[in-house]
Ligand binder design. Structure first.
Ligand code: SAM
Length: 316
């Protein structure tokens, strides 16, 4: 009899995927992992009842998480990926010739081993690349303690369930800021805003209290059911988002990055355009963070320069 595997993310509706063949299933000690074949989606990885990726559409999310920050940076050298044990983001990061080191901090080694065994096309040769360093550790602890500083930090976490829950908290995002070089970029996965608006609001507010420029952007990952998927962008360098499609195309060519299936200079620029229902939520979150700043300003009495910065965050 055909087995159907259901996503259990939503309390009132379910998505079921036919498992024509289960390739691997295990409790890893951190989470429940299942990898199976599906005629529509290819090979599917689910963790704790949530679809993480399918081999047929993973390129969308992985390209948008890696190339949006890296194409915006003039010469990114050091990159940190938190989570991302499937190696898809790492694979895209390593396409940038200026990258000299890419650290992947994954809590669960079983994810890496299972993906290498059953969906090796996702990481490709990323784990063999001389520039890759794999750290098996909790990402929250890593960013709080590392002495390394990165041009870009990418948080390729799962939904805020199980070991990933901590990767959605302000304390962790503050740790990511600590691990960035001045003017570096942090991107995070931020879920489906139509279904989980409070997540986009919470992360945006937290990032706005830490960085000068916060700007969520979107991609459409067909296997993440429920509308466009949000990634969030934060940096203290407000100029990085001013590049236009022509500048980005020049960079793409100079770096010799061809044959991408989702990212284009035009998609990069357009991804930051939000539908009105999301834009108002984001504006509200940033205003909320400014209020919080003002509250703490009363306590901490910051400099005039800091006060001006808070007031102009929205207008930049
Ligand atoms: N693209 C996927 C998505 O948005 O659903 C996420 C992919 S990736 C498989 C997520 C990874 O984050 C998992 O392999 C999981 O083990 C890892 N992870 C969860 N919590 C973590 C933590 N605290 N530190 C480091 N890695 C973590």
């Amino acid at each position: 009899m055909t087995r159907w595997i259901e996503e259990t993310l939503h309390p009132h509706w379910r998505v079921g995927l036919e498992a024509s063949r289960v390739l691997h299933e295990a409790g890893t000690g951190h989470q429940h992992l299942v990898i199976f074949a599906n005629p529509t989606w290819g090979t599917v990885l689910m963790l704790d009842g949530v679809c993480q990726l399918t081999t047929n559409d993973e390129f969308v999310y992985h390209e948008m998480m890696a190339h949006v920050p890296l194409m915006a940076l003039e010469k990114p050298k050091r990159v940190l990926v938190i989570g991302g044990g499937d190696g898809g983001v790492l694979r895209e990061v390593l396409k940038h010739p200026s990258v000299t080191k890419a650290v992947l901090c994954e809590i669960d080694r079983t994810v890496i081993d299972a993906v290498l065994a059953h969906m090796p096309e996702v990481p490709g040769k990323a784990f063999e690349d001389q520039r890759t360093e794999v750290v098996i550790a909790d990402g929250q602890k890593y960013v709080a303690e590392t002495d390394e500083r990165f041009d870009a930090v990418m948080v390729d976490s799962s939904e805020p369930i199980g070991p990933s829950a901590a990767l959605h908290a302000r304390e962790f995002l503050a740790g990511c800021k600590r691990a960035l070089k001045p003017g570096g970029v942090l991107v995070t996965q931020n879920g489906l805003p139509f279904l989980f608006p409070e997540r986009l609001h919470g992360t945006t507010a937290a990032l706005a209290s830490l960085f000068k420029r916060v700007s969520p952007y979107l991609c459409v990952q067909p296997s993440y059911f429920g509308g466009p998927f949000a990634l969030n962008w934060a940096s203290d360098d407000k100029h990085l988002l001013k590049l236009d499609a022509k500048d980005l195309e020049k960079r793409r060519r100079k770096r010799g990055i061809d044959e991408l299936k989702c990212w284009t200079p035009e998609v990069h620029v357009a991804a930051f355009a939000l539908p009105a229902y999301m834009q108002s939520l984001v504006d509200g979150a940033i205003a909320h963070a400014e209020c919080d700043d003002e509250q703490s300003a009363k306590v901490e009495a910051p400099s005039d320069e800091a006060k001006t910065r808070t007031k102009t965050k929205q207008r930049e």
